[in-house]
Design a protein around this ligand. Sequence first.
Ligand code: ZN
Length: 467
Amino acid sequence: MKITEFIVENLLRKNLILYKLSWKLYNNLVFKKKIEKDRKKFFSKIKKIEPIISKVVDTSYKPDINVIKITIDCLRNDHMSYNGYERETTPFIDSLKGYRTTMISPSSWTYPALASILTGLYPHNHGAILNGKIRKFDIKGLRPLKRGVITINELLYLLGFNTYSIAPIDLAIYATKGRWCLQELIPLSNAEFIISNVIDWISNNMKENKNFFAHVHFGDLHEPINPPKKFRNYFGKIDKLPNIENWAFQKPETQRGREFEKYKENKILLYDNTLRYVDHILERFYEFLEDQGLLDSTVVIITTDHGEEFWDHAELEAKHFYDVRGYAGIGHGHSVFNELIQVPLIMHGPNVPNRQDDKLVSGVDIVPTVLDLLEIQHHIFLDGLNIFKAPTKRVLISENTIHGYEKRALIYNNYKFIYSQDDDVSWIFNLKKDPYERNPIVDEELSKMFMSKLHKLTSEKMILWKV
Ligand SMILES: [Zn+2]
């Protein structure tokens, strides 16, 4: 057992204070030097790029608004109770005033999707992708952000912000490693522990009297799913089943019968119980923000990097898409169906309208929207648009899948086009008539049109900054 797993198994579930103390000890022994190294790297690098950035951004202007971005890994749009889900999974999020809509994730897995959320660029433009024709996840296959790509964290730092990123999953920090004033990776930590660190950081930051940008990533809904005891059986008791915290029934031939149905039911129940726990921790975090008087001066964004599949498209996947692992229907990263790329977006704070929208937006829209909300003047090349000004009808894409061949999705109005050249898939779905993407339409003429749009959109753009 790894030391981090030992700490979580033995302390976190029983006593948060003990966990915190042991984490600090472990952190001092192992991570502190790494974090310091990254900090030094950040401060020396940012000095070098400042003159270039000041050509495309008005760095003399200092906005007076904080920004908090919360990404809840593996969060499904259709499991939010405000979207009519059968269990009341998110009563606190439901109660928030502000803007909410459905977002298309630029990719169905963590690394490229979070890079898009922090750069405003699609994966083919920011470059933080998994490379290769037949993909099999390997950390060595990850490409870094392209030279010249600027993240919103670096930009806000140059405008006087302190910046902070915290995550329990390594892939959530890799793409922007060394680009923050402080970036912490706390493996396997739960939402409560993550938030206690965020609260410490914000409280320290308030003493400095500087604006801040914090990116908070939760991994509770990502396997291994292990909510605290109080929430584990929240909507119903979880049966003791092998691998319920990770995945069983991965192979198509095992995905039938009573045992499978029982496992599936329990797996989804565990996910929902855990989502209710995350919602509860968010409520406590908001109590802190309110107590500190921060809510009126802070833009808060709650979203995710991607959703999670519970065998929604297992049959179609097993039949039509090659997966090196021989898996179908579980987890994320392997497909572009809606359970993975249609995700929630909630936003509130100064200048944010108060309404629920039915307009689809993209993860690449978050950066341009925040820059506009903060009234920052810039000429940075961005794939996204300001969410509040973007047209209702527009083409959005999702790309860079892992596990097998590349699969891309293009969404336009009620249509969705799924394309995988090597799997020989060129499907159209009418989402109004077929919202669960059960019946792919094969229409050569329409496919040709979508393919040329997709090709045009995913062609590499060489100019990253409009100077
Ligand atoms: Zn993720």
